[in-house]
Design a protein around this ligand. Structure first.
Ligand code: AMP
Ligand code: GLY
Length: 434
């Protein structure tokens, strides 16, 4: 650690991304009184709603342009929200330029950007996961399916915006999914294909903030990936979430940390990867024990929106410490002990072809237990808030029980309106009396 590092104060933060995740991180950081300014690049129609938060819109989105802008502004900490810039090596370029970044480099981002790579890491480190095969040949994939003689889950190796996984109920469906992927359905992400044994059980996500050597485990959360009530319809980026997930208690979380998170960080270190950022493990709790379904190299969206209101005011300092490789000097991260509920409002046509350009009426004031986090929104020249994406915004609320938190969130969501708005009515059904 240099002398400079020791004394540098956290005043200016840049968050890269435009979604609800980044909006909620900006809100959580804005609560820290010593922070002067939070830039979000490019941000969205809700960025400037929070004190000290503004959109940063450089002349282009090249890494070099953003780096120069960050240096000019005197940014102390950059947080990279989405997986694509991480997988492209934005964090590496920024670190090479001397900036302090929370987010893994291109090497560590393979945890999410290549399912083959992350499966191999799991095997090498005895991290429980579903049995799998990987291949870049359609014939071989069909042969594996024939031999296994049971439906297999078919996954594109690379990033496919959350759409690269087909969970199949029959061998015929698996066959079709294999043919689709090799005919280019997911572009180059499907050049390599993972075939996976289908496993069953409730899903839960766990998260660790890492500084390369150590980690801090956050409360677990549960996502709702399917579009429609009752977990029906197509997979989406996530239609709602809640935290802390009651499926696992503190003891289970400790066990999962030993079983999954520590071995992952250790496995990354064995490969000489200095992993700074979030390790997100999507787990399935099967009858033969927990298994990892996927790793992500960033906060989940919308899990992040549910989690951020639970973070204590030390959150900014903790991220800064992680980014500098010195968790041991960070203040203890405290948590709000309440239940947090997040419901996503999506636009007509989401996830296939979301309609954009509709005016949004938001007749809700945020307060200490209710937040409106924008995602696919923009501001037009008359200062109207307009839809600009599939997942438009989320309403997040906290309460002493999940019933109270969800009641508050749903009653306020109903005051928001835009043409084609839809949302799931049953988010949190696992923990609510409905
Ligand atoms: P992913 O995009 O990897 O998060 O996968 C999307 C969803 O597919 C997961 O949340 C699971 O519900 C399901 N899934 C993925 N892998 C499997 C598997 N091996 N068996 C059963 N379901 C799976
Ligand atoms: N909500 C799932 C994800 O962020 O990948």
């Amino acid at each position: 650690m240099t002398k400079n590092q020791k004394t540098e104060e956290l005043k200016k933060i840049l968050i890269i991304g435009s979604g609800g995740r980044e909006n909620s991180i900006a809100w959580a950081l804005s609560k820290n009184e010593s922070i002067e300014q939070i830039y979000v690049c490019p941000g969205n129609g809700g960025t400037a709603n929070f004190k000290k938060c503004i959109c940063l819109r450089p002349k282009d989105e090249n890494a070099q342009t953003i780096i120069e802008e960050s240096q000019l502004l005197g940014i102390n900490l950059i947080i990279i929200g989405p997986e694509v810039p991480l997988a492209e090596g934005l964090a590496d370029k920024m670190r090479e330029a001397g900036l302090t970044v929370f987010g893994p480099g291109k090497d560590g981002a393979q945890l999410e950007a290549s399912k083959d790579w992350s499966k191999a890491l799991m095997l090498e480190n005895n991290i429980p996961t579903a049995k799998y095969w990987s291949t870049n040949s359609k014939e071989e994939a069909l042969e594996i399916l024939r031999r296994f003689n049971q439906p297999l889950v078919v996954k594109a190796d690379g990033l496919a915006a959350g759409k690269g996984v087909t969970v199949c109920d029959t061998i015929e469906e698996s066959e079709e999914a294999i043919k689709d992927i090799f005919s280019g359905k997911f572009g180059s992400a499907g050049n390599k294909v993972i075939l996976e044994e289908k496993i069953e059980g409730p899903e839960v996500s766990i998260f660790a903030l890492c500084d390369g050597e150590r980690l801090i485990v956050l409360p677990p959360a549960q996502d709702h990936k399917r579009l429609l009530n009752g977990d029906n319809g197509p997979n989406t980026g996530g239609m709602g979430a809640y935290a802390p997930a009651l499926l696992i208690n503190e003891q289970d979380l400790q066990y999962l940390t030993e079983l999954v998170l520590f071995p992952t960080l250790k496995g990354l270190r064995k490969k000489n990867i200095n992993y700074i950022g979030v390790i997100y493990a999507g787990l399935m709790l099967t009858s033969s024990g927990p298994k990892v379904i996927e790793f992500n190299c960033r906060f989940g969206d919308p899990e992040c929106q549910a989690l951020m209101p639970l973070m204590g005011k030390e959150f900014a300092s903790v991220l800064f410490a992680c980014a500098r490789g010195e968790i041991k000097n960070a203040p203890k991260l405290t948590y709000n002990a309440e239940c947090s509920a997040c419901i996503v409002a999506a636009s007509r046509g989401y996830p296939e072809s979301p309609q954009k350009g509709d005016k949004i009426d938001i007749n809700v004031e945020s307060n200490s237990s209710l937040q409106i986090f924008h995602a696919g929104t923009t501001v037009d020249k008359f200062d109207n808030i307009i839809t600009s994406g599939g997942r438009v915004l989320s309403v997040v609320a906290q309460g002493e029980s999940f019933d109270k938190a969800f009641d508050l969130a749903y009653s306020n969501l109903k005051k928001i309106n835009f043409n084609g708005m839809h949302f799931r009515e049953d988010i949190g059904y696992q923990v609510r009396n409905i």
